[in-house]
Design a protein around this ligand. Structure first.
Ligand code: UD1
Ligand code: CA
Length: 462
């Protein structure tokens, strides 16, 4: 079976971004624009992808390593010239159709791509351009149709006359080609225009002249064509996408009483009756159950939170939180942390690479690192698992229902048994057996009258 492939154009500098990075690395909801474009192609079923890099190519090549093939365009001579760099890639693969995408148009979506392909195949076109009708066509290539409504050319802004400039159907930059037709048309493009560039869009006029069948598929989603040339436009795209996602979540039962500073990745799964409060950022790979309260000021990344939990001013990365947990304010969960059901972590608590059993309470100023904590444990204020000796990391094990006194240092590797106590201020270096109390601190001595002999440090009256 013949396959389809995609060539994504991403060589441009994007001068107006004023960036040291390739333009397509500019971020939309924390993901480079190129990643949105790649995801749309993949979701439309196109897995063979070649990205044309150019400005700051090594940055983009490193970013794409293992995810897409790349070819370099060493000089920026236009979109047609960019596609020419992928000719060897196209020749060596057994492809029937080629999808061209602009790396700086992150709103192109998989349904539009798939619908355009269906249209392209049904009509037997050699080239199908994805177009859209928009209110402000300035800057885009215009779709020119003849008196029958047949698509005959794309005219760029720079070459457009007054009448052409009025056309509000524009070229999205995305198009499907039959591979053989694309290879032929590329060989026919010239740079005889005011900018001296090889325009990919000239392929349409050439094909029409040679009686090849071309078409324009008008996207139902006109937003699919939007791109960003400046950071102001990037902010507009961010806001559009942000509100689109928030609106979808609200319509599915998530409460967001105030959307200020709330940014949620499109892939987030959030259950009904969960409330998201201002300043909450939910990045990729998060799942949140029902009836949770997330925020204010909470940042989650690749984190799962089960139903009924409250996360107030929490930062969590690659963590799992059970049901009815109460976290915050000011809690940091670092990677590989599993928090059980009904756990409480309070002010200034950090947990890393640890499991914390159900009903355990870690209320204040505590570090739990590389530890396995049982159920129903109570941590006093200021406990530290001393997991690093300067060379290696070691684990602490704390049994069920243990009671760790305030300011205990647990020098790993060490185990505190089930139901065992440590006295406040202890530095625990040896195993504490089940049901034992460990006291590891100096006994207090009082020296009566010592201050009078020494003379008090403050002798003035207030
Ligand atoms: C292009 C289209 C225009 C369309 C618009 C949609 C052409 C000539 N014009 O214009 O009809 O309406 O997209 O957004 O195709 N690139 C390279 N190498 C180059 C030049 C560009 O890789 O030498 C890449 C850019 O990084 C970008 C894409 O091609 O991702 C489009 O190039 P850009 O210069 O932004 O074209 P537009 O002026 O937007
Ligand atoms: Ca552009």
């Amino acid at each position: 079976m013949n396959k389809n492939c995609a060539v994504i154009l991403a060589g441009g500098e994007g001068t107006r971004m004023h960036s040291q990075k390739p333009k397509v690395m500019a971020e939309l909801l924390f993901k480079p624009m190129i990643d949105h474009v790649l995801a749309a192609a993949r979701k439309a079923g196109v897995d063979d992808i070649c990205v044309v890099t150019g400005y700051q190519a090594p940055i983009l090549e490193a970013h794409l390593a293992g995810r897409a093939a790349t070819v370099r365009q060493t000089e920026r001579l236009g979109t047609g010239h960019a596609v020419m760099q992928a000719v060897d890639y196209l020749r060596t693969g057994d492809f029937e159709n080629v999808l061209i995408l602009n790396g700086d148009a992150p709103f192109m979506d998989s349904s539009t791509i798939a619908e355009a392909l269906a249209y392209h195949e049904r009509r037997g076109f050699v080239q199908t351009v994805i177009s859209a009708r928009i209110e402000e066509p300035y800057g885009y290539g215009r779709i020119v149709r003849d008196f029958n409504g047949d698509f005959v050319a794309i005219v760029e802004e720079a070459s457009a006359d007054k009448e052409t400039k009025k056309i509000n159907e524009i070229n999205s930059g995305a198009m499907w080609f039959k591979k053989d037709a694309l290879l032929y048309l590329l060989s026919r493009i010239t740079n005889e225009n005011s900018k001296g560039e090889y325009y990919l869009t000239d392929t349409v006029g050439i094909a029409v002249n040679e009686k090849m069948r071309v078409g324009a598929y008008t996207a139902k989603n006109a937003d699919a064509v939007l791109g960003a040339n400046t950071r102001v436009q990037l902010n507009e795209l961010n806001e559009r996408l942000r509100h689109k996602i928030l609106n979808r979540l609200m319509l599915s039962g998530v409460s967001i009483p105030c959307t200020d500073g709330v940014i949620i990745d499109n892939d987030a799964v959030i259950g009904p009756d969960t409330v998201i409060l201002p300043g909450t950022i939910i990045k990729e790979g998060c799942e949140i159950g029902e009836n949770c309260v997330i925020g204010p000021g909470t940042v989650l990344y690749k984190t799962k939170v089960a139903s009924g939990s409250t996360l107030n001013q929490v930062q969590a990365e690659e963590a799992v939180v059970g049901e009815n947990a109460r976290l915050g304010p000011f809690v940091h969960l670092r990677p590989n942390t599993v928090i059980g059901n009904s756990v409480h972590c309070g002010n200034f608590v950090e947990v890393k690479n640890s499991t914390v059993g159900d009903h355990t309470s870690v209320s204040h100023l505590t570090y739990v690192g590389d530890s396995d904590v049982g159920k129903g444990v109570n941590f006093g204020c200021g406990v530290v698992t001393v997991n690093f000796n300067g060379k290696t990391k070691n684990r602490c094990v704390i049994g069920d229902d243990a009671f760790i006194g305030c300011n205990t240092n647990l020098i790993a590797p060490v185990r505190v048994g089930d139901r065992a106590y440590t006295a406040a201020g202890s530095t625990i270096t040896e195993e504490v057996p089940d049901d034992a109390l460990a006291i590891a601190r100096n006994r207090q001595q009082n020296k009566p009258g010592w201050v009078i002999k020494r003379k008090p440090y403050r002798d003035k009256k207030y």
